[in-house]
Design a protein around this ligand. Structure first.
Ligand SMILES: Nc1ncnc2c1ncn2[C@@H]1O[C@H](COP(=O)(O)OP(=O)(O)OP(=O)(O)O)[C@@H](O)[C@H]1O
Ligand SMILES: N[C@@H](CCO)C(=O)O
Length: 320
């Protein structure tokens, strides 16, 4: 569920009065998502998303995210802008929370992507990277290699409460990544969380890329590795789909492309990406009460991916 903060009809009407966005017809909480409260808002002139930021997004970072969305939308990318009120303001306060009224994009996110859909996601990621070539603002990656090492230290031996043996497995993986992490690949602003649930599609076409709240500057091809890890396995990490992997890389090559050095780094970057999501999920697992309204995501799904990236041959994981 993702309505942590209820918003009354009166508050919504007051909010909408600041915009040229019609008057309130209906508003419904959106169940998906775990970070923010989201509402689908229909007015007399259109449909919008209202997002209330619930603490995990640092308000000081909002200008970075909103500038990024404007930059990409200006270049024709299907990303949702935060709408400006009549005074030009994007960030409001609703029910005591920072909030934005956001463009609604059509489409649904897929749970079992086909190869054709994965190809479109790869092409969309390449277009995103092309659109970001001239984007200057920077935000450090709080969940890059330094960040996940710190997070693993904070979890400590409690990782074994998530799964027996996990603390040792994480220690091994950290040692490998510390020794092999590349430091000379091109850096750019990246999405950093392009999971299937953050891509809206109609059929095989991408209609929206959403949830830029992890966007940051890091190794650009790390975004390809994250997309590979999230799109090319079943959600629980049990089955790898080489046809999707081939399609992802082909789609990315259509709109951007990889250098030989970037391609060679994909296995280590994918191991890092898998450790990042295993650790953030493990942290949430340990720190979210079992009876909380939010559904905890399974860390094991990304430990399985760590194993796959360690054990399977490069040519099977990343087919040309
Ligand atoms: N601009 C948009 N247009 C259409 N639907 C949207 C838009 N933004 C969000 N949604 C819908 O709201 C849902 C939740 O949004 P989002 O994924 O941003 O939630 P979250 O809690 O911030 O993130 P997380 O994916 O990290 O849990 C999405 O799955 C999508 O269905
Ligand atoms: N996409 C992430 C949540 C954001 O970090 C996950 O599925 O674990």
């Amino acid at each position: 569920m993702a309505v942590f903060t209820p918003v009354s009809a009166e508050e919504l009407a007051l909010l909408l009065a600041r915009y040229d966005a019609g008057t309130l017809v209906s508003a419904k909480g959106i169940a998906e998502g775990v970070e923010n409260s989201n509402f689908l808002v229909d007015t007399t002139t259109g449909r919008y998303i209202l997002t209330l930021y619930e603490g995990r997004v640092d308000v000081a970072d909002l200008p970075f995210f909103l500038t990024l969305l404007d930059h990409l939308a200006d270049r024709g990318l299907p990303v949702p802008r935060a709408i400006r009120d009549r005074a030009g303001v994007q960030v409001q306060t609703v029910a005591g929370r920072p909030a934005c009224l956001i463009e609604y994009l059509t489409g649904v996110s897929v749970t079992h992507p086909t190869a054709a859909q994965t190809r479109s996601a790869g092409a969309a990621l390449g277009s995103l990277h092309a659109g970001l070539r001239d984007f200057a603002p920077r935000r450090p990656n709080a969940l890059g290699i330094t960040g996940w090492n710190a997070l693993a230290d904070r979890c400590g031996p409690d990782l074994d409460r998530v799964a027996p043996g996990l603390a040792a497995r994480v220690a091994d993986e950290r040692a490998y990544l510390d020794a092999h992490w590349p430091h000379d690949l091109p850096v750019s602003v990246i999405h950093a969380d392009l999971f299937p649930d953050n891509v809206l599609m109609l059929g095989d076409a991408v209609t929206g890329i959403i949830d830029f709240y992890f966007a940051c500057a890091d190794i650009r091809v790390l975004d390809v590795a994250i997309t590979h890890a999230s799109w090319c396995f079943d959600a629980d990490g049990s089955t790898f789909h080489p046809d999707r992997a081939a399609a992802l890389l082909a789609g990315y090559a259509e709109t951007f492309g990889l250098s030989d050095a970037e391609r060679a780094a994909l296995p280590v970057l994918a191991r890092g990406a898998s450790l990042r999501f295993a650790l953030t999920r493990a942290w949430d697992w340990l720190n979210t009460p079992a009876d909380a309204l939010v559904t905890r995501k399974d860390p094991a799904a990304f430990v399985r991916r760590m194993d796959a990236y360690r054990d399977r041959p490069m040519k099977e994981l990343f087919p040309l």
